[in-house]
Ligand binder design. Sequence first.
Ligand code: NAD
Length: 256
Amino acid sequence: MLKGKTALVTGSTSGIGLAIAKALAQQGAHIVLNGFGDAETPKAQIEALGVRAEYHGADMSQPGQIEDMMKFAASRFGRVDILVNNAGIQHVAKVEDFPPERWDAIIAINLTSAFHTTRLAVPAMREANWGRIINVASAHGLVASAQKSAYVAAKHGIVGFTKSVALETATTGITSNAICPGWVLTQLVQKQIDDRAAREGISATQAQNELLGEKQPSLQFTTVEQLGGLAVFLCSPAADQVRGVAWQMDGGWTAQ
Ligand code: NAD
C-alpha cells in the first residue's frame, strides 16, 4: 500500500517508534530512522522487510540538527511522505520539585520538535498533494496525571498542534492526526515500574499491576504492534477524511 513512499519516524530506535517504522516498512515504505542508542539493529530489521532504511541521529531538542535530518531525508529519498513525530521522554516530579531543565527538555523533544519537522515536511507534501503527519501523543494529551506537568503540557500541546495543521491542510491530500496510547510496556514505562517498585518496596509485577489498575480499565498494556496497525490505517485511503483526531488506544483509560 505504501510502496515508493518514504516515512520518517523520530525516536524509532526502540519502542513505539520502531514498531511503527516496521509496520510502515511492511507496507512497502522506505524508512528514515532516528533516535539514540543502537541504530544498526533497527536498520537491519527494516531492511530485512525489503525496503531501504537510512538513519539520522539528530537530537530532537536541537532545531539545527532537526533541519539537518530533514535535508538528509530529502537528499536520500526526494521527500518525506509520512512524518511520524514520536520521540519523547518523561520525568516524574511534583511541580515545585520539577527541574526547570527537564521541563525545557520535555517541551523541546515532545512538542517543539514536531513543529520543526512538520514545518519542514509540509512544503513537499503540498507539492505532491499527499502526506501523512502522525503525532504520537498520549492519553496524557487528553487527561492529566499528577507529577507529570511537563509531559501533560507537551502532550496536550501536540494534540492542539495536530488539529491546527489538520485545518491548514484540510483541502489537500495531507492529513494530520494524533495517536493517544495508554500504558505501553516500553523502556519509558519500564523505568516508571522499576521506580515505583523501588519506592514502595514491592515486586516489579506488583508495581506493573498497580500501574495498570490505576488508569487502564482493560488491565492490559496496549502493544507496540497495535499502535503500528493504527499508523498503517491512518496512512491508508480509508483514512483520507480522518483529519485532526486524537485517537485513543488506551484500554479505556480516557473513557472513565
Ligand atoms: P522509548 O523510550 O522506547 O522510545 C523513545 C524513543 O525516542 C527512543 O528511540 C529514543 O532514543 C528517542 N529519543 C529520546 N530522546 C530523544 C531526542 N532528544 N532526540 C531523538 N530521539 C530521542 O519510549 P516509547 O514508550 O516508545 O515512547 C515513544 C513515544 O510514545 C513518546 O512520545 C511517548 O511519550 C509516547 N507514549 C508512550 C507511552 C507508553 O506507555 N510507553 C504511552 C503514551 C505515549
